[in-house]
Design a protein around this ligand. Structure first.
Ligand code: UN1
Length: 503
């Protein structure tokens, strides 16, 4: 079966109407072979505005549904995702180029966040706070926020929507999603799976979850629309620099999950076998196209010559291939631009004195598919392209002698998403996690930078945008907080001892 035939068979099984991916003007292509797998009708600006109005209406009904009942919808969504896991995971592999276990893993991440959100639907707690006034009670109440806009990137085409949607829905919001124009078919599939859950749940208002198909201009309507209370946007720092100020201008909320330039430090006491595996997955997994991909590595002088030659060997031997027909560990880059960006960064690294292992294009599926051998670059110092995120499998390696200097270099980039240290020394580990250690939103010990679980808050600092999605108390970003003070006394004492007596 050709890739396009398989795609259409999967979409049909997942419940997607063929009209939504045939005969339109926006092409979806599979990075696996480079072939066009769908032609989608685009949502116009007028349609987008009408959909947002619909979502607002839907929100007004949904916010009155008790949260545990809202949780029941998300439970059924998780149930439908379990049933659809194999098909949806395969579709992710086709449209985003992920290897099978990563395509399936992404759907598992969706199932996990649904389970988390179901529990949360009975735990949207506020505090009760001691008041200074007699006969008074003070408390916090969390209310639904409104229409939540989601803008997602190609590299996690379905999981990122689910982190936002599962929380937003139990919190009483409606969701309007603008997926990456590189991965619209997986978005249509999620919407079809959602529709199945909604039909089973019953009583779900129309327009509670909607998908916009189009490019940046469609996203801009979402960002600028006065009825969108929050936009959760995942993508480049450049995109965030545009979206953030636009939202701020109209005082809408933003959850930004932008670029990462994640690093690891390998200390003298590190378990090198463990570090090797963690580095290999972190740097080469998903062909280097995760926000959390390991991009910089600082290796202590005393272990450099034991670790780096082994790493090089792994780079030379890792299997690169078609993720649909082989068990290769590294699939394709998303497109030509990704490939060109990688080659440009490698040229700049060479010019800066870097020694490159790997990095060349690998012929797998013809001229329109962009497979590469991951690149390991030994750099004389942290400079040039190492300071930027290049969304491709390039790992820059630098030697260090002094722990404080390694931490300083670690933090000396714009982004602040994920980080890790490999050490068996308690003091080094704790210092890395302390206030003077890693400045990232995620800091790990003896684990790579990527592959976070949904239970923790996900996101980062500095140019990563500061937003948090997924677990912990990230749900609070999707609700509005009201402070309520109730006077059950017969007097009216004023706070701070103020007197204001009228006769
Ligand atoms: C992303 O690349 O945008 O931690 C998200 C990870 C995944 C999520 C990555 N759970 O690598």
């Amino acid at each position: 079966m050709t890739v396009v035939n398989e795609t259409h068979a999967l979409l049909a099984r997942l419940g997607v109407d063929a009209k939504s991916y045939t005969g339109g003007t926006m092409a979806s292509r599979s990075p696996v072979t480079g072939e066009t797998i769908g032609s989608l009708p685009v949502t116009s600006a007028t349609q987008t505005a009408a959909m947002i109005e619909k979502a607002d209406e839907s929100f007004r009904a949904w916010r009155m549904v008790p949260a545990p009942k809202r949780g029941e919808l998300v439970r059924l969504l998780g149930d439908e995702l379990r049933a659809a896991k194999a098909d949806l995971g395969r579709l992710v592999s086709i449209e985003a180029g992920k290897i099978a276990s990563e395509g399936l893993g992404e759907v598992q991440e969706m199932i996990d966040i649904c389970d988390f959100a179901v529990g949360l639907s009975r735990q949207l707690y506020g505090l009760t706070i001691a008041t200074e006034r007699p006969g008074h009670r003070m408390m916090e109440t969390w209310h639904p926020l409104g229409v939540v806009g989601v803008i997602s990137a190609f590299n996690f085409p379905v999981a990122v929507w689910s982190w936002n949607a599962a929380l937003a829905l139990v919190c009483g919001n409606s969701v309007v999603w603008k997926p990456s124009e590189k991965t619209p078919l997986t978005a249509l599939a999620c919407q079809a799976v959602f529709a199945k859950a909604a039909a089973r749940a019953g009583g779900v208002p129309d327009g509670l979850s909607q998908v916009l198909i189009g490019d940046r201009s469609v996203g801009e309507v979402l960002v600028d629309h006065p009825k969108v209370a929050l936009v959760s946007a995942t993508g480049s720092t450049r995109m965030g620099r545009d979206v953030g100020p636009r939202l701020a201008k109209r005082f809408a909320r933003a959850i930004l999950e932008l670029g990462g330039n994640n690093a690891g430090i390998v200390c003298p006491s590190a378990d090198l076998d463990m570090a090797l595996r963690a580095i290999a997955f972190g740097a080469m997994g998903t062909a280097g196209q995760r926000c959390t991909t390991l991009r910089r590595l600082f290796v202590h002088d005393s272990v450099y010559d034991r670790l780096v030659p082994r790493l090089k060997k792994a780079y030379e031997s890792v299997s690169v291939g078609n993720p649909l027909t082989s068990s290769a560990l590294v699939g394709p880059l998303v497109d030509r631009a990704a490939h060109d960006g990688m080659q440009k960064a490698l040229a700049a690294a060479t010019a800066a004195g870097g020694r490159v292992t790997g990095g060349a294009r690998v012929e797998v599926e013809g001229p329109d598919a962009f497979y590469v051998r991951p690149a390991l670059v030994e750099m004389p110092a942290q400079e040039g392209p190492m300071l930027e995120e290049t969304f491709a499998p390039i790992l820059y390696v630098v030697r260090y002698a002094d722990f404080d200097e390694a931490v300083r270099l670690h933090n000396a980039v714009g982004a602040g998403l994920s980080s890790s240290i490999f050490t068996l020394d308690l003091q080094e580990a704790e210092r890395f996690l302390s206030a003077e250690g890693s400045d990232c939103g995620i800091a790990n010990v003896n684990i790579g930078t990527s592959g976070a679980e949904i239970g923790g808050a996900f996101g980062g600092e500095k140019e990563t945008g500061g937003g948090r999605e997924s677990g912990s108390d990230a749900w609070k970003g999707y609700m509005r907080r009201a402070t309520n003070t109730v006077n059950y006394s017969k007097a009216l004492p004023l706070a701070q001892g103020v007197s204001f007596d009228i006769d």
